[in-house]
Design a protein around this ligand. Structure first.
Ligand SMILES: *Cc1c(COP(=O)(O)O)cnc(C)c1O
Length: 386
């Protein structure tokens, strides 16, 4: 009897199961830290096979490579690198192309955590960050030959200023300056910054591409093989890796991204038009609105709008402002955006931004979800009127 009992080895090893005939439409989730090699020679030579070979789980699995390849195709780039957050896609891009003594130029409207990264980490590395007003022409020459990277985020975080990606890229290229663009708002469905001349495009995959408020991922896609080598070196040096489960969810989310974007864009535009009519609303910050500043640029460079926009209200006292949020029945209060649930959040910006235009103002940012448009509108009425 005892001789028939499984051995310890039987518990450790798993016999192969056939996958023949299992033609699923879904991308398999491959998990691994260790990758094994068929013989010792291939193991010893593993470092010399280039960045696309599988060598260790940290360097990617077929699941993460599938997501990276899909994004490369969508962005019309040369290669894509995945990071555990959108923020890290930005920080890794900066670390990959900047060295001590260099300068980086960031828009005043940049995603706020990037400012902290510049002030803390880049400053320690003796890399100087400077800021420009994205609503005005910028003289790149004024920052000297140390300027290595021009960062674009269009539209700008919270206040939605459009930037001329094509013109800025041309200007930078003429001076040998690299251009990176945060395209999280538009996604490649509405804009492809590499086609407009940028060298690096970053997506917060967390937002619309994954689309369900349940994971964090970022991507950096580059125009050239040389840049791919530099980003890859930084990713490797820092030990950046992503979860195959998150990549699977992002791949699933991507399949419906264009449908979700089209739908929320339509709802958002109708809500923005409604807000424009309200007596307590002074500005609706949405580039797709014909009355909005930046609309001409939006029409030139973007093929649509997502569901994220902001509006500015006349000042009210603290108590009545808080009461507006307490009246909400559908929209929830939270940061981040791009999911299926509608969100609203008070979103003040730093004083002095874009000439101090928003100093002391009440800005609310909306991320329109997939709920019934009329019901979202009714909730907005509760917010506005009580
Ligand atoms: C949210 C956001 C990011 C960062 O994405 P995370 O995945 O949350 O780190 C970057 N850029 C913009 C414009 C964002 O809104």
């Amino acid at each position: 009897m005892t001789t028939n009992r499984p051995t310890a080895t039987d518990f450790v090893q798993t016999p192969p199961t056939s996958t023949e005939g299992f033609n699923s439409l879904s991308v398999p989730t491959y998990r691994a830290s260790t990758i094994t090699y068929p013989n010792v020679d291939s193991f010893i030579a593993r470092g010399s096979r280039g960045r696309h070979a599988y060598s260790y789980g940290l360097a990617g699995t077929p699941t993460s490579r599938t997501l990276a390849d899909k994004l490369t195709a969508l962005e019309n780039g040369c290669d894509t690198f995945l990071t555990p957050s959108g923020l890290m896609a930005i920080t890794v891009s900066c670390l990959a192309v900047l060295s001590a003594g260099d300068r980086v130029l960031l828009p005043e409207t940049v995603y706020a955590p990037v400012r902290r990264f510049a002030a803390d980490t880049l400053a320690k590395l003796n890399i100087e960050a400077h800021y420009y007003d994205p609503t005005k022409p910028v003289d790149l020459g004024a920052f000297g030959p140390e300027l290595r990277l021009l960062w674009i985020e269009s539209p700008g975080s919270i206040t939605m200023e459009m930037q001329d990606i094509a013109a800025l890229s041309k200007q930078a290229k003429d001076q040998g300056i690299l251009v990176g663009c945060d395209n999280s708002w538009a996604t490649p469905f509405y804009c492809r910054p590499l086609d407009l001349g940028a060298d690096i495009v970053v997506e917060a995959v967390t937002k619309y591409l994954a689309g369900h408020s349940d994971l964090l991922l970022g991507s950096t896609t580059v125009r050239t093989n040389d840049l791919a080598g530099r980003i890859h070196a930084a990713i490797r040096a820092l030990g950046v890796g992503v979860s195959p489960d998150d990549c699977f969810l992002a791949l699933r989310g991507l399949e419906t991204a264009h449908v979700r974007l089209t739908h929320v864009g339509r709802t958002a535009l109708s809500l923005a038009e409604k807000l424009l009519q309200h007596e307590n609303v002074t500005d609706v910050l949405m580039p797709a609105l014909p009355s909005g500043s930046g609309h001409a640029l939006w029409k030139q460079q973007y093929s649509g709008t997502c569901g994220v926009f902001s509006f500015v209200m006349l000042p009210d006292d603290e108590e009545s402002y808080r009461a507006r949020f307490a009246r909400l029945q559908l929209m929830q209060i939270g940061a981040s955006w791009g999911g299926t649930h509608s969100l609203i959040a008070p979103s003040p910006v730093a004083d002095g931004r874009c000439g101090g235009r928003y100093d002391g103002k009440r800005i609310n940012r909306l991320s329109v979800g997939l709920e019934d448009a009329k019901e979202i509108g009714a909730d907005l009425d509760r917010f506005l009127d009580g």
